[in-house]
Design a protein around this ligand. Structure first.
Ligand SMILES: Nc1ncnc2c1ncn2[C@@H]1O[C@H](COP(=O)(O)OP(=O)(O)OP(=O)(O)O)[C@@H](O)[C@H]1O
Ligand SMILES: [Mg+2]
Length: 409
């Protein structure tokens, strides 16, 4: 300190008090700028080192005595930053993911019909979220109306929702009502979602941008040390949107139609969902695919990525009457689930979703449910849909409406 004081006194003596004071101010400002620059570079460096380590941990091959072993994958790395009140929000949420990594097993058909049943028969406010870039649910919902398809320089609502481009209010403004279906809304998806599914994890690995502070305390914490360490976790973007007070107030139930792949959208769907329904065709290859999928879900749960998701069950879909293959697949699934450490079970026969020609519709014909249930010839299939809907409602704690004229038919 003495040296500084002496130096200051010397400067004042040589160049005068005013100029000395200005010089001190200038040097102070310069040191502040240099310090900030240094901290910024240090932050970038730390982010780079962390993201490189995470990338290698996640996807690099390991070389063992028995040969190379694939990494467990980026999505299975431990959570970096879970949303505030994540567990509490999930326990209160009514969000159902309908998923299976096998394609064509009836996920979209079940999402649409069960969602329609809740809206049409139960009078619930239901939001369907299409997270498959093929947009089968979106094109079925909007039939010949093509206004939901994003223009040449636009992105779909699903892309924005998983890319952190929305706050809850903005999402609610963009959500579309399905024509002719009061109470049933949709977040549509289109082919641009495929690019977002690839872009998001790569940006996450490379850039590691810390998010902006959410409150005053977090901002102070950031100033002290947080920005150096806090890193955004892209797996919880959809969870933060769907668990918001605005979305919770707007909908009784949210149903997410997942793609048949572990995309960014699918991972975000699992992190946002309180419940999971797995439709499957009842043949041997599909039954084996279900076991592998449930094993993956359990690995995610035990790794703490989405530990609170609850299995509604595995439901046989498109089941032809009296099929021998279906009977053998049920036995196989019961035996395998019995030997696994999972709460997933195969739903009983009366909850299965039968094969029905009435459910096969061209996208331009729109949602089948109101037409099926308006036709006396389809009462069997209509009852099957209502039984499955009732089971889902019981499991998710969705209260039955007092007056239920259609379901009583
Ligand atoms: N219960 C059913 N009875 C008859 N056909 C059905 C039934 N459920 C679905 N299908 C038909 O099977 C095909 C695949 O169904 P759907 O699109 O619902 O499956 P998905 O699992 O969503 O497929 P993807 O994996 O491609 O998203 C569609 O042509 C649909 O009409
Ligand atoms: Mg589908």
């Amino acid at each position: 300190m003495d040296i500084l004081n002496d130096a200051y006194a010397l400067v004042i003596e040589r160049i005068g008090k005013d100029i000395g004071f200005s010089l001190a101010l200038f040097l102070g400002a310069l040191s502040y700028i240099v310090l900030r620059l240094f901290l910024r570079i240090a932050q970038r460096l730390l982010c780079f080192v962390r993201s490189r380590r995470r990338t290698l941990n996640a996807i690099a091959r390991r070389y063992t005595e028995n040969g190379p072993l694939e990494g467990k994958g980026l999505w299975l790395t431990r959570p970096i930053h879970q949303p505030e009140n994540y567990q509490t929000n999930l326990l209160a949420a009514k969000i159902l993911a309908i998923a299976n990594l096998k394609g064509g097993v009836g996920k979209t058909t079940i999402a649409t019909t069960v969602g329609s049943c809740f809206a049409h028969d139960w009078g619930k406010k239901v939001l369907l979220v299409d997270l498959d870039y093929q947009g089968s649910l979106s094109s079925m919902a909007f039939a010949e109306n093509r206004s939901w398809i994003p223009g040449p320089n636009q992105t779909s609502i699903a892309t924005k929702a998983i890319s952190n481009d929305f706050d809850p209010g903005l999402l609610l403004d963009c959500i579309k009502n399905i024509p002719g279906m009061p109470g049933l809304d949709l977040v549509p998806a289109y082919y641009d979602l495929a690019q977002a599914d690839n872009r998001i994890p790569i940006e996450w690995l490379l850039k590691c941008q810390p998010p902006a502070a959410e409150g005053i305390l977090q901002a102070i914490g950031d100033l002290a040390y947080g920005k150096l360490f806090r890193i955004y976790d892209v797996r919880y973007t959809l969870a933060e949107l769907l668990h918001s007070t605005a979305l919770r107030a707007a909908y009784d139930l949210i149903i997410i139609d997942c793609p048949p792949r572990l995309t960014t959208g699918a991972i975000q769907a699992f992190c946002a969902s309180s419940h999971l329904l797995i439709p499957t065709i009842l043949d041997r290859p599909s039954a084996e695919a279900v076991i592998s999928f449930v094993e993956q879900i359990e690995a995610f749960k035990s790794q703490g990525i989405f530990p609170y998701i609850h299995h509604v069950g595995v439901v046989g879909a498109r089941v032809p009457e009296g099929s021998v293959a279906a009977r053998q697949s049920r036995t196989f699934l019961h035996a395998r689930f019995g030997a696994m450490d999972t709460e997933a079970t195969l739903l009983p026969l009366d909850k299965e979703f039968p094969q029905a020609a009435a459910l096969v519709r061209n996208p331009e014909e729109g949602i089948a449910y109101p037409h099926i249930c308006g036709d006396q010839r389809n009462q069997n299939i209509c009852n099957a849909i209502r039984t499955l809907t009732q089971h889902i409602a019981n499991d998710m704690g969705i209260p039955q409406p007092i007056a239920q004229p259609l379901a009583a038919q």
